[in-house]
Design a protein around this ligand. Structure first.
Ligand code: ZN
Length: 342
């Protein structure tokens, strides 16, 4: 038995070595996108948005459970933390919050180091906190907001990791950023942008996911759609990448209604990507629009459209793949900061 074990260990070590650094250009990203499945998204979400997590209110025990869940999943996937060792948390003191009495909380970070341009980082983000429990004891499960984005990131991370196991490490680094405190005013992402683990100057783009598991109001006959917000605001190139990837692989109906500069909803300013965009880091915000269960106890996992969630998550993975692996980072041709002109 021992001999057999040693032998198979040796074989697997040789196997690993043979898989190191293959040419990323030879990979078929769709093969890895296909590891993102409705079944796995559903399995994660029925746990992550269960009553046990008590609405994941920032600083409360339910949020801590959610953080622990994410950390455990990243460790299972063998995806490291940028802090090294067992530390996946970026601590945020309760005193950092300006609204209400909030206890200490944490962003959860995981990371795949790039092969040829490791100093350049693509951030894929979503918030894992929600609004907790109301005075009557109703639990706000937040399955769509933003359980959907959170489980999508877990599946996207797994897809990148599987590619890496086959020898296809992305050229640029990828940071999976699960932020806390979004519902308290985008606080986790604000904290990250003020305490970036990787220099913002080297942060090439942010793909932010907040609510991608439902069909929004008025979109019942829109087919397989997703709202994209912000893709062309700073970088025409990022917008073109996003369009081309969709055309090549997924053919979703990309809806830009909420990207209009004068849209009264101002969604461009209302989720975590904004703390990257304000530093002239190009972003895309993926969103399904609001619906009748938005910020209500009825935002539950049984109402999620898992096949559509899968398609949207695949699109985000494939877009991330392209950004991480193309020759140059997306060019910022429409900077808003004067410093960006230097
Ligand atoms: Zn949200």
């Amino acid at each position: 038995m021992k001999k057999v074990l040693i032998f198979s260990l040796a074989v697997s070590l040789i196997g690993c070595k043979a898989q190191q650094s293959r040419d990323i250009g030879d990979a078929n990203p769709m093969e890895y996108a296909n590891t993102i499945t409705a079944g796995e998204l559903k399995e994660h979400l029925y746990t992550f948005a269960s009553d046990e997590f008590q609405g994941r209110d920032t600083g409360e025990p339910g949020q801590k459970m959610a953080a622990e869940y994410l950390k455990t999943e990243y460790k299972k996937l063998d995806i490291a933390s940028p802090f090294g060792e067992d530390d996946y948390y970026q601590e945020i003191p309760g005193s950092y919050f300006t609204r209400g009495e909030i206890k200490d909380t944490e962003n959860v970070l995981a990371y795949i180091k790039g092969s040829s341009n490791p100093e350049e980082v693509l951030v894929i983000s979503s918030h894992y906190d929600h609004v907790g429990v109301d005075a009557e004891g109703n639990i706000f499960n937040g399955a769509d907001d933003d359980g959907s984005g959170t489980v999508a990131i877990l599946e996207i991370a797994e897809a990148f990791k599987k590619a890496q196991a086959d020898g296809y490490t992305p050229k640029r680094s990828i940071l999976f950023l699960n932020v806390t405190g979004e519902e308290k005013g985008l606080v986790g992402s604000k904290f990250y942008s003020e305490n970036p683990v990787f220099p913002l100057a080297n942060t090439v783009a942010n793909l932010n996911i907040d609510m991608i598991g439902r069909i929004g109001e008025g979109m019942e006959s829109a087919g397989d759609y997703v709202y994209l917000i912000g893709s062309d605001r700073l970088s025409t190139e990022l917008h073109e990448i996003s369009e081309e990837v969709n055309k090549k692989y997924m053919n979703l109906n990309l809806d830009y209604t909420f990207n209009e500069e004068n849209d009264p909803n101002r969604f461009y300013y209302r989720s975590d990507h904004y703390h990257f965009a304000k530093h002239d880091i190009p972003i895309i915000f993926y969103f399904n629009g609001v619906h009748e269960d938005y910020h209500r106890p009825t935002d539950t996992p049984d109402k999620i459209e898992y096949d559509l969630l899968e398609k949207r998550a695949k699109l985000i993975f494939l877009t991330a793949w392209e950004i991480a692996n193309r020759e140059t980072r997306p060019f910022v041709d429409k900077p808003t900061l004067t410093e960006a002109a230097e």
